[in-house]
Design a protein around this ligand. Sequence first.
Ligand SMILES: NC(=O)c1ccc[n+]([C@@H]2O[C@H](COP(=O)([O-])OP(=O)(O)OC[C@H]3O[C@@H](n4cnc5c(N)ncnc54)[C@H](O)[C@@H]3O)[C@@H](O)[C@H]2O)c1
Length: 357
Amino acid sequence: METIRVGIIGAGGIAQYGHLPAYQKIPGVEVAAVADINEKKSAYVAERFGIPQRFVDYREMLEKANIDAVSICTPNYLHREMSVNALNAGKHVLCEKPVAVTGEDAEAIVAAAEASGKVFMAAFCQRFTGASRVLKKFIEEGKLGDIYYAKGSYIRRRGIPGLGGWFTTKSLSGGGCMLDIGVHVLDRVYWLMGAPEPVAVSGAVYQAFRDNAVDGGWPPLETRIGDVFVGINDVEDMASGYVQFANGATLVLEASWAGNCEPNSYLQLFGTKAGALEDARGLRIFGEEAGSLLDIEPLVDKEINVYEAEIAHFIDCIREGKQPLTTAREIINVAKIIEAVYLSANQNGRQVEISEL
Ligand SMILES: NC(=O)c1ccc[n+]([C@@H]2O[C@H](COP(=O)([O-])OP(=O)(O)OC[C@H]3O[C@@H](n4cnc5c(N)ncnc54)[C@H](O)[C@@H]3O)[C@@H](O)[C@H]2O)c1
């Protein structure tokens, strides 16, 4: 088995908590280099994870380090440039969510991936939960029938990440809670629905905690070495969206970083044969059999480390030349739906046609 050599771009919270430990658990994978503009942090991370080479400029890493693949773990506005440059340099790419701030960014990345012939995967880790896997199987086997209505919600009560840093600065993040955590639930529901063609979207955004915002503790404090959080907070802390698809299905989305509410995450699917609900109580399927209404509670693996599963899948795709679970079309449409939520919200909730983007 040939060793796969990986470089990490951006050595912050998700690199330290998700990517680095996951790569280092896989036999035949070596994290060979790390690049971060914050030298203090890359020095700490290189030492802690035993990474032999470190760089300030990721382009130098792409040029000089002997690596086959990169993980992109930087602020969102950098994902397009870094993905395209890494793919053009012949590297396989795993890019953190949200892959792109706009549909156009996503299309540029996908075009670079197709031209390079390298693996490009979006780090949508929520597809790897035990419940996601079980539910996808139920759907693929036709147990839910046609899914015509869905809801997805990711609600935090006090969970604004990196207040005053890039997360809360629109020019660096691209947006607030909808882009940051709404994208997780959108991607998962959209994938479970079978990725129908989105047609129109309306949305609303709110910033109720502009003056009394509290930092929610992500990135973990011990990963913030050398980071400065004295900037602005100009992004939404609550957002909702309504998506219509060409097959007639609709989706209601909600995301909140902060709200006077019970923290809560769930997804719900209405199918012609059965429905599904996943929330804090677990996964349940609501069907009908032999003339009786029937609730099924599938036993799902709750111990899966989603980052380990996601990164093992990325490495598998590289080794076996497989198409990753996240397809180009899904990546583009997820980016377009969120772009359309923001566009609609900025135009008093006007319904935005996806074809306008
Ligand atoms: N999948 C998940 O569950 C999950 C969780 C958290 C974050 N994320 C995503 O991961 C990405 C990073 O988030 P984070 O929480 O780790 O943020 P972070 O601020 O902790 O880390 C970002 C790092 O990128 C570095 N960086 C900035 N500009 C750079 C450049 N030009 N070149 C090299 N490095 C640069 C910063 O110095 C910092 O160390 C974001 O896109 C975020 O949405 C995903």
